[in-house]
Design a protein around this ligand. Sequence first.
Ligand code: SF4
Length: 340
Amino acid sequence: KVGENDKGIAPGVYFRMQLCGITGHQQFATDCGVLLTPAETVPVAAALIRVFIENGDRTNRKRARLKYLVDDWGFEKTLEETQKKLAFPMRYFPLESCEAPTPKDKQGYLGIHPQSDGKHYIGVCTPVGRMTVSQMLALADVADQFGRGEIRLTVWQNLIIPGVSEENLQAALVAIQATGLDHRNHNLTGGLIACTGSRGCKYAAADTKGNAVALGAHLASKMILDQPVNIHLTGCQHSCAQHYIGDIGMMGTRVKIEDGSTVDGYNIVLGGGCDDQQFIAREVWKSVKADEINPLVEQLLCAYLAQRNDDESFAAFSRRLSVDELHSLVDRSESTIAAA
Ligand code: SF4
């Protein structure tokens, strides 16, 4: 948000442009000083992509990313080349003169929330982003009948139905629950996300979506959390589910077992965060077999509930403890869980 200023920028809500975030490389995006109106975002993104297509190295999969071009050129040249492809001048404004956005809801906006126009939006949990065709059609009907014919997707792999009036709320909730999906916030499943995994991606070392759903069901049957804990499962180092910025992050790896073959498994990182809580998670366990993650995470969260300070978040708790202290929270005597 930009307020009154002496730089000739109209007060209002804008987007700031950040470049080169690749959390899989443990790197957050950096603000490049540009302020965009909503209408300018698409042309500027398109211009940047054209600059990359013309100048980036797209012959090498490992280098085929905008980040490498910007690393070579720096922001100044990248923005100069982008500007040449635009019909309007980009607007520069210092980050510190902007009002920061309100922190995001870590549970993906599940539940019923008021809108500024007096209506409501309903956040619906779609576990790891999966729905059947009949559920999709039924939710589209809910949006048409009780909302404004619109569905929005969230980065937590859930969805939002906006524009529901007070008198339609109850009927909309009944219709949502009839699909087998749920709008209620369970503090664990709402922030549980997984990349495509081995069911649909050749790079995957594990069945991320299947393991995530099983983990969510296991934890929901064992405990109730009073604060959201986000769990991100990603199938390989490409980090499509951004494991380094989850409270609990897991990256797929093949784990060797006694007979010499390998099974699905994960390296586990703890304490990641984004936005105002920006932090790259630390690796705590390596090569945990997929069938050992449920008891491990259960023990970890039980220890968190028992040992945290007052209303300390899981991220703060796990950052406060050393890696050795985190190891000691989980009993490994009957498992092959390896410490990092
Ligand atoms: S993180 Fe890896 S396994 Fe998962 S979808 Fe991306 S490329 Fe595929």
